[in-house]
Design a protein around this ligand. Structure first.
Ligand SMILES: Cc1cc2nc3c(=O)[nH]c(=O)nc-3n(C[C@H](O)[C@H](O)[C@H](O)COP(=O)(O)OP(=O)(O)OC[C@H]3O[C@@H](n4cnc5c(N)ncnc54)[C@H](O)[C@@H]3O)c2cc1C
Length: 338
């Protein structure tokens, strides 16, 4: 079963509620589902809208996650959806194509309108954006087909699995230098392909001290063996350098499409990409909108993304409790002005 291909429970999509819900969570990965779990357990009406393509879909298993190490990503999300539903939360399989502030309620509470790809829409008091990011690989023929398997980005996600292999770091910029030392921790056979990026003398000396070879000739393609596994990389001079694994630091692009109407500011994340700016507990400059997970923090792994979603869910519940109490006070004052 591949991620995003509905089978069994995967195909179950809850009905979109009528009227206004306490919160719509846009994106049902680790961040969005944990936010929704907190809200549902606080008896908030919450709907997760998820288009079903989480970032780690190509990976066979999630690693480095306490108690769940080795569990397939699809299984973690399946359990997450089940748990959200257990407390009355709903999970709708669809894509949000627009989200924007709407007219406030009669008592002045915030409202947002969220429209789905199939044309349906829903009104929410608060929004949690947890849409994740896209990894953009360098354009080297043959590279993308191995993404998440023999082309890896994170020594903590798949480092142990590729230990002792001949690994090549295909540099994308200065952000590739640091991870090279982390992959060196996992193999003694490491080559750093500068691939047209700068490598300063100090880093060259440090690489040499750790027996990391450097090749400056650009890589032109990834070469496969008869079984389709990586056999090596071809250089611009025609030489093929044997490698089984390639480590790449991709550019990251926060998944912001369709969310422009919320007016969330973006921030640059040096050498990595751009994401939605956020403050404590995922708060944003836009009242009533929170963000969590990779859409604001590209280096957050599954555990950190889930934790960020949980914190945002807790904060949303707190703000809703304040809004509910303010509204109750105003209602009391109207009934008995004295
Ligand atoms: C190959 C690979 C392997 C990895 N392995 C590990 C690992 O072993 N351990 C680890 O801890 N981390 C791992 N990670 C990192 C992990 O993928 C992220 O930490 C995690 O996915 C972030 O969770 P998230 O909820 O922020 O985003 P995601 O998991 O990407 O979820 C976002 C969800 O939002 C949905 N969405 C996006 N836009 C919309 C929209 N407009 N409307 C509705 N839904 C939308 C998407 O379809 C997706 O389901 C790996 C990453 C990659 C690329």
């Amino acid at each position: 079963m591949t991620q995003g291909t509905p089978v069994g429970e995967e195909s179950a999509s809850d009905a979109l509620p009528e009227g206004t819900v306490d919160a719509v969570v846009i994106g049902g990965g680790a961040a969005g589902l944990n936010g929704a779990l907190m809200l549902a357990r606080s008896r908030r009406s919450v709907v997760v809208i998820d288009s079903g393509s989480p970032r780690n879909a190509p990976a066979e298993a999630v690693h480095g996650l306490l108690a769940l190490d080795g569990t397939p990503p699809s299984e973690i999300l399946r359990r997450g959806r089940e748990q959200v539903r257990q407390y009355g939360g709903r999970v709708v399989h669809d894509e949000v194509v627009s989200a924007e502030p709407a007219a406030p309620s009669a008592d002045g509470d915030l409202r947002f309108s969220v429209t789905l790809a199939d044309g349906r829409s829903i009104t929410a008091r608060r929004i949690l954006v947890a849409t994740g990011l896209r990894d953009v690989l360098p354009e080297v023929p043959g590279l993308a087909e191995h993404w998440g398997h023999s082309v890896v980005h994170c020594p903590y996600c798949h480092g142990w699995e590729v230990r002792d292999e001949p690994i090549g770091v295909l540099a994308t910029g200065p952000a590739s230098i640091g991870p090279a030392f982390l992959f060196r921790q996992l193999t003694e056979d490491l080559i750093y392909f500068t691939h047209g990026t700068d490598l300063d003398e100090d880093s060259r000396a440090r690489f040499a001290a750790r027996s990391i070879r450097v090749i400056d000739t650009p890589v032109t393609e990834i070469v496969n063996d008869q079984d389709g596994a990586i056999a090596g990389v071809r250089l611009a001079d025609g030489q093929v350098v044997d490698r089984r694994i390639l480590a790449v630091v991709p550019q990251t692009q926060a998944r912001t499409q369709g969310l422009e109407g919320l007016g969330l500011p973006l921030q640059d994340l040096p050498n990595i990409g751009r994401g939605f700016a956020s403050g404590p507990a995922g708060t944003t400059e836009v009242p009533g909108v929170w963000v969590a997970g990779n859409v604001t923090d590209p280096v957050a792994q599954v555990g950190a993304s889930a934790a960020a979603g949980a914190l945002a869910g807790i904060d949303i519940n707190k703000m809703l409790a304040t809004a509910d109490t303010d509204a109750a006070l105003r209602a009391m004052a109207e009934v008995s002005p004295s």
